[in-house]
Write a protein that binds this ligand. Sequence first.
Ligand code: SAM
Length: 159
Amino acid sequence: MSRLDSFINRMSAQRDILNHVRDVLDLPDGAVLEVGLGNGRTYSHLRENFSDRRVVAFDRQFAAHKTLAPAAGDFIEGEIRETGQTFVGTKAALVHADIGTGYADKDAITLQWLPDMVAGMLAEGGAAVSGLPLSHPQLEELPRLPSVEEGRYFYYRKT
Ligand code: SAM
């Protein structure tokens, strides 16, 4: 598969799963956490589609389009492994984590801390959507959408 096709698949998987979560899951009260702001595409989608909730974004640095600047206090700069700890226990409704690199060795290091952190951030019944698989006893994987290819993107409910 070309890098272009792979990119398109990832983008459509993100949109389809986030829309499915919006339309089908009955999320608890709470914020939406965007773990990995990047250039802000999915952040923009979250802001539009979960407009009644606080949306907090994390990244090493702000590199999104200026028009997407989060409200004061809603952009958390730094290494998520450390900054995300502040949001453990805050009972978020939805965590979207798009911090995979495509390099198995780097992603293996991220996966040493990310599943615990995401589970800890969520309220019971909250949802996690992630480009990396999150293996955690409190995160129940939800069935793959027909439009999303196997292994492309994952989503979970916190039990
Ligand atoms: N979903 C985003 C979008 O639609 O624009 C793209 C996210 S991009 C793939 C991943 C972002 O996460 C990058 O901007 C990178 O700097 C950030 N990131 C990855 N790992 C991180 C970490 N451990 N701490 C802080 N930021 C991290």
